[in-house]
Design a protein around this ligand. Structure first.
Ligand code: OGA
Ligand code: NI
Length: 338
């Protein structure tokens, strides 16, 4: 529990164990306006074909887009962040039940990424909750603040529906059969609440290091405070918050299924010196046993598979280690094209 960065009082200096070696520090970011990530209006696009093409292009070029007009009410977008902040501000003893250093525990509060295994810690605490089906998990969630389960439960159901809708649009863009992403492939749904307290010197730390998400699709409510950056053509681009928009990105699993047509974008979170930043990431994952591989439809005929099949659970284990060591997580599954 004393590992939580948000529980430390009056931090005047960045503790040694959070200071990154100079080559891994965030540095200066220049945002070339021409490279801002695409903004897609979900309901304003009356032509479905055009919407599909816009999403596909964003997922090919960036692996990222911002989504407006998505149908999740503005009140709820704010409320979930507020309830999350109320949770992290509770006295330590009220959160202690949820704290765990065991990465295998599904429902848990923890700090950084893998606190006991990593050389340098990141300036983030996280609450991770399994969400689907809701009735199987909601009893394990915090019930303090009193409205936590109700507000977050409502949000979890809606954000899962939205994620499945986006996956269906991507399915259409890839030319895969109807229902391709349903069932075991999109069975697991997790919410990750990220808490980034103000940091006395943001130039020395990161909230999250460079990574791509391992899952199929991530839908992030990043609130109004900037901090997310996306790597494009070797430059870091800050993703400016758009009020009530989501940031959507595709993960390694979708890159493999699309046989490399879509790419998962590298990203990271920087810290700031003035305000606490809270974000909520919604992850759609396959079930652990699912065999991930390029879709047959994209290989039969003239295509050549770029990746060998692998079970999702094995991938996740390697992903954690590879990301910690700074190695690209899909490298070990690539097939040589010689
Ligand atoms: C994540 C992530 C970014 C952010 O949770 O995987 O990349 O800005 N979060 O919190
Ligand atoms: Ni991420």
């Amino acid at each position: 529990m004393d590992k939580l960065i948000s529980s430390k009082q009056n931090i005047q200096h960045v503790p040694e164990s959070y200071i990154l070696p100079p080559e891994r520090r965030p540095g200066k970011v220049v945002i070339p306006s021409s490279k801002c990530i695409p903004v897609i209006d979900l309901r304003g696009n009356t032509d479905r074909q055009e919407l599909v093409q816009r999403i596909m292009k964003a997922c090919q070029d960036f692996g990222f887009f911002e989504l407006t007009n998505h149908g999740i009410p503005e009140d709820l977008m704010h409320d979930v962040l507020k309830v999350a902040e109320e949770f992290i501000q509770l006295p330590v003893e009220d959160k202690a039940n949820f704290y765990s250093d065991d990465p295998a525990k599904k429902c848990r509060l923890y700090s950084s990424i893998d606190h006991d295994q990593e050389k340098v810690h990141f300036w983030r605490d996280s609450l991770r909750l399994p969400c689907h089906p809701l009735e199987d998990f909601v009893e394990e969630w915090p019930n303090n603040p009193a409205r936590f389960r109700e507000v977050i439960g409502d949000y979890a159901v809606r954000v899962r529906e939205l994620s499945l809708l986006l996956l269906d649009l991507i399915r259409e863009g890839l030319g895969l059969e109807s229902g391709y992403f349903e069932g075991d492939l999109s069975k697991t749904h997790m919410l990750n609440f990220n808490f980034y307290p103000p940091c006395p010197d943001p130039s020395l730390t990161l909230g999250l290091p460079k990574h791509s998400d391992p899952n199929l699709i991530t839908v992030l409510n990043q609130g109004a405070i900037p901090g997310l950056q996306v790597l494009k053509d070797r430059e870091w681009i800050a993703v400016e918050p758009i009020p009530n928009a989501f940031v959507v990105n595709i993960g390694h699993t979708l890159q493999v299924i699309s046989n490399g047509m879509l790419r998962s974008g590298d990203h990271r979170a920087v810290t700031n010196a003035f305000v606490a930043r809270t974000t909520i990431a919604s992850f759609i994952h396959p079930s652990s046993e699912y065999q991930i591989q390029p879709a047959n439809e994209l290989i039969n005929g003239c295509g050549i598979p770029l990746y060998r099949p692998f079970p999702y659970l094995e991938f996740i284990r390697n992903y954690i280690k590879d990301t910690r060591d700074g190695n690209p997580a899909l490298k070990r599954y690539e097939l040589s094209q010689a």
